[in-house]
Design a protein around this ligand. Structure first.
Ligand SMILES: [Mg+2]
Length: 394
């Protein structure tokens, strides 16, 4: 079998505006500049009956034997790399020799080690695993050595939900009721918002703990937008509410800063959704800078690399909880590893509803656990009934 083409297709459709819409944007690194600070809370942007247009790009790897690998949606930025840098090099190669393809692509371009290039390689790697699963008639988690975990635990990631005290407490109680054993919330404030903002962040943690009681894990995400002293201060103040972790208090390349926050705050620190490859993860592990690694198969180097990262982390006794950008890919890896190595995946409640818009069915947890699709490959299938138009991305 040989790769005959690598195709990017943009699909467009119209969907009823979701009744669940983001009401909160959380703190951002750019907030240090007043002109970018803006408002962090907003009303729903669409009426519930309004039709909303959406376009997504999917990656397909075609073969001379008619088997196709599918992955997506993929980001525009690395779509260009896939199309211009990678496509021609792959034509004629063995699609099942995924490890070789990965190594060739890494060695071929000196900028391949990270960022958009590695994200493009990640998407390709995931599409090749889908293709391999379809060629061999097996779901990807079986090809990876699973099933090990059946089902996999998923935590509710509450990005976009309101932090207003009443709504916050209600939503937290609702997701506890739905059977999720853990929730992650995103802080609204950072250093530019001063003492008042810090106090509000602490109040969010207090309200949540009160709303869900003692038996639910609560995690918090600062989206790279804090600094070291602020993180240590807020972390110490939320410690009484027993956070499962504080995530990305500072950008992941501030390794020494992360280590100081971890040592001085007394609460677990999570990071890694913006790490590329095992070599970047190893630097964090060697520095003792994190308690949880959150590599994302959509970005870190694909399914192939996430498996290696998990093996590396297990040697340091640091669990991997993959970031939830690509649920399908993360879930297949999770189902093929022990709970002690990969205890849970992230389910972004609002984001996944958009991300899976063009897919057949909806992959979501039930009572806080989730099963990977049983169909050959990753189980991502575009529903033609949802596609109004499609065009090739050149
Ligand atoms: Mg995060």
């Amino acid at each position: 079998m040989k790769i005959s083409d690598v195709v990017l297709t943009e699909v467009t459709g119209e969907f009823p505006a979701d009744e669940l819409q983001a009401a909160e944007r959380g703190s951002r690194p750019l907030d240090v500049y007043p002109e970018f600070r803006g408002t962090r809370t907003f009303e729903p942007s669409h009426a519930p009956d309004e039709k909303v247009r959406q376009s997504d790009v999917y990656l397909e790897v075609h073969t001379d034997e008619g088997v196709t690998g599918l992955f997506g949606p993929v980001d525009g930025g690395h779509a260009i790399i896939l199309r211009r840098e990678i496509r021609d090099f792959l034509i004629g190669r063995d699609p099942l020799a995924i490890e070789k393809t990965w190594d060739l692509l890494l060695r071929r371009n000196r900028h391949a080690r990270s960022s958009y290039y590695m994200m493009a390689m990640s998407a390709l790697d995931c599409a090749l695993w889908d293709l391999k699963g379809k060629a061999l008639g097996q779901p990807v988690y079986r090809l990876l050595g699973g099933p090990v975990q059946e089902p996999v635990r998923a935590y509710a990631s509450m990005l976009g939900f309101s932090l207003e005290p009443e709504a916050l407490a209600e939503r937290a109680a609702e997701y506890k009721q739905l059977g999720y054993w853990a929730q992650k919330w995103f802080f609204r404030h950072g250093p530019p918002d001063g003492d008042e903002g810090a106090a509000e962040n602490v109040e969010v943690a207090r309200t949540l703990r009160q709303a869900v009681g003692d038996d639910i894990a609560l995690m918090f995400d600062a989206f790279n937008s804090w600094d070291v002293p602020y993180a240590i201060d807020v972390a110490r103040r939320i410690a009484p509410y027993r956070p499962g972790w504080l995530e990305e208090p500072v950008p992941v390349d501030r390794i020494e800063g992360l280590r100081r926050i971890r040592e001085r705050s007394g609460i677990p620190i999570a990071t890694g959704e913006h790490l590329y490859t095992r070599w970047q993860v190893k630097q964090i592990l060697d520095a003792g800078a994190a308690d949880v690694i959150q590599a994302d198969p959509d970005w870190c180097g694909g399914i192939s690399e996430l498996v290696k990262i998990a093996a590396l982390c297990s040697a340091y006794d640091v669990p991997v909880c993959p970031h939830g950008h690509s649920l399908h890919a993360a879930l297949h890896v999770a189902a093929a590893l022990p709970h002690s190595v990969l205890p849970q995946v992230e389910f972004l409640i609002l984001h996944q509803r958009h991300k899976q818009r063009f897919m057949k069915g909806f992959l979501e947890p039930e009572s806080g656990v989730i099963q990977p699709p049983e169909t050959p490959g990753l189980g991502i299938e575009i529903d033609p009934a949802k596609v109004q138009s499609r065009r090739a991305v050149e």
